[in-house]
Design a protein around this ligand. Structure first.
Ligand code: NAD
Length: 485
């Protein structure tokens, strides 16, 4: 190991590492070997209390600073993250098992983008002036107060930064609870923010399972909850937040369609399908896991896909040549393998992979099913693993109806050379993030989030500002006040 991934302590509160070994132990398992590489402890009620008290105490002074001052700190943190990209990427690989080839370009770097972008926006956040004859109203854009971020395990650095950056830019404090499966990376984000000059208490990290998340969400001192997780967890967290009429952002799961028309560039479509199913070993919320391929090109598409899959370099995720790593946990691998068995039982044609790879760690092969039917379980449920379902279609109206016939609405993609068809299809997709002749790009400048059961609110872009701030209207009368008596 290039360095010891065991952090100084489990939690980061009020600018410093804090430990409480009375909490439930959380082993951190390196997915590539199955070894325990660190042990942390879930937050006890005393730790949660400490995190809330320190965040509440720090927030008012932070909100009173100018946006430019706040933004400068975030941008400094972005620079520091970029300078330390190598070590942060290695840690991300320890936490998640994703290949260094990916983590070195997609995780800390994406977190830095968010801090830089929202750091840049912070100084230009404004309200507006509304003239009403001689009177006027002005609006103040104010912070919400204390925001709680709860993360999934697939992008621990990125998720922490995508939530912290807009929250802090708007003058809020944030308590972040990482997934118990990947608790390491957010602690580094906290360390760096403090080193960059963030006042203590404004970004606290507490570890724990669902109960710790629940205790934060139900606390009356919390004003907003932003969750990245599955739809069932989203339902619980949204309901708990509703009890306290709290603001929410819900970034939930998906089962997104990718439609490949007969005129598509087949190699590009195959590239899109590979990115949208096998990057991060398929553990990406917006993955296009229902690949609808026009009947005329289906066999050509499948042949090219199988050829390209032979080029996957499966192995040690720390080796920069490795392009396909293990899954995050034994449990997640087992879930994906169970779906493979369901696909076979339902009569889908397994054309590639489907098996656990015989080596240490939680590796399974990239897997492709063809001849998948809409009602099969593998076409309806989110698998969150490297399992692609290829479905046939013949005409646009039919495929649009089938693509949209899902409870989810996170993402969708279309591959075609026909310009008007591409935009027509994008307009008809019931999904928050759509792609034309590409898949799974997520630049910080563009809104990201789901429709239907895939979520509420948007991350990234100027749109995120509306989810981390609120408007106050101030009415100013210039003349006398008229009253009826
Ligand atoms: P999960 O729903 O099991 O857990 C997510 C987080 O919620 C964890 O930190 C967990 O501890 C916490 N949690 C669980 N129960 C809770 C409760 N009752 N109250 C508060 N917090 C609670 O999800 P996961 O398995 O970690 O991640 C995979 C899921 O996340 C997939 O469904 C995936 O699609 C989704 N995801 C969505 C996005 C997006 O941006 N839309 C991004 C990444 C992952």
């Amino acid at each position: 190991m290039s360095y010891d991934p065991q952090p100084t302590a489990s939690h980061f509160i009020d600018g410093a590492y804090v430990e409480d070994t009375n909490g439930t132990p959380i082993p951190v398992i390196y997915p590539a070997t199955g070894e325990t590489i660190a042990t942390l402890y879930a937050a006890t009620p005393a730790i949660v209390e400490q995190a809330i008290t320190s965040a509440r105490k720090a927030q008012a002074a932070w909100a009173a600073m100018t946006g430019t001052e706040r933004g400068r700190i975030l941008r400094r943190a972005a620079d520091m993250i970029r300078e330390r990209n190598h070590d942060l990427s290695v840690l991300e690989t320890y936490d998640t098992g994703k290949p260094y080839q990916e983590t070195s370009v997609a995780d800390a770097t994406s977190g830095a983008d968010a801090l830089e972008y929202f750091g840049g926006l912070a100084g230009s956040l404004t309200g507006e002036h509304i003239q009403l004859g001689e009177d006027w109203v002005y609006t103040r854009r104010e912070a919400l107060g204390l925001c709680v971020g709860i993360g999934a395990w697939n992008y621990p650095t990125q998720i922490a930064c995508w939530k912290a950056a807009p929250a802090l830019a708007c003058g809020n404090a944030m308590i972040f609870k990482p997934s118990e499966t990947t608790p390491l990376c957010a602690l580094k984000v906290a360390e760096i923010l403090i080193e960059a000059g963030l006042p203590a208490g404004l970004f606290n990290v507490v570890q724990g399972m669902g109960e710790v998340g629940q205790s934060l969400v139900t606390d009356a001192r919390v004003d907003k909850v932003s969750l990245t997780g599955s739809v069932p967890t989203g339902r619980k967290v949204y309901a708990a937040a509703a009890e306290g009429i709290k603001h929410v952002t819900m970034e939930l799961g998906g089962k997104s369609p990718m439609i490949v028309f007969e005129d598509a560039d087949i190699d590009n479509a195959v590239s899109g399908a590979i990115l949208g199913n096998f990057y991060s070993s398929g553990q990406i919320c917006s993955n296009g896991t229902r690949v609808f391929v026009h009947r005329d090109i289906k066999e050509a598409f499948l042949a090219r896909l199988s050829e390209r899959l032979e080029n996957a370099v499966i192995g040690d995720p720390m080796d920069p040549d490795t392009s396909f790593g293990p899954m995050v946990s034994e449990r997640q691998m087992q879930i994906a393998l169970d779906y493979v068995a369901k696909g076979e039982a339902e009569g889908a044609r397994l054309i590639y992979g489907g098996k656990r790879i015989e080596r240490d760690g939680f590796y399974m092969q990239p897997t492709v099913f063809a001849d998948v039917k809409d009602d099969m379980v593998i076409a309806r449920e989110e698998i969150f693993g490297p399992v692609m379902a290829v479905l046939d279609f013949e005409d646009e109206a039919e495929v649009m109806a089938r693509a949209n016939a899902t409870e989810f609405g996170l993402a969708a993609g279309v591959f075609t050379q026909n310009l008007t068809r591409a935009h027509r299809v994008a307009a008809r997709f019931e999904a928050g993030t759509c792609y034309i002749n590409t898949y799974n790009d997520a630049p910080v400048e563009a809104p990201f989030g789901g429709m239907k059961n895939s979520g509420v609110g948007r991350e990234n872009s100027k749109a995120a500002i509306n989810h981390y701030s609120q408007l106050k209207s101030v009415y100013v009368r210039m003349g006398d006040v008229e009253a009826p008596f």
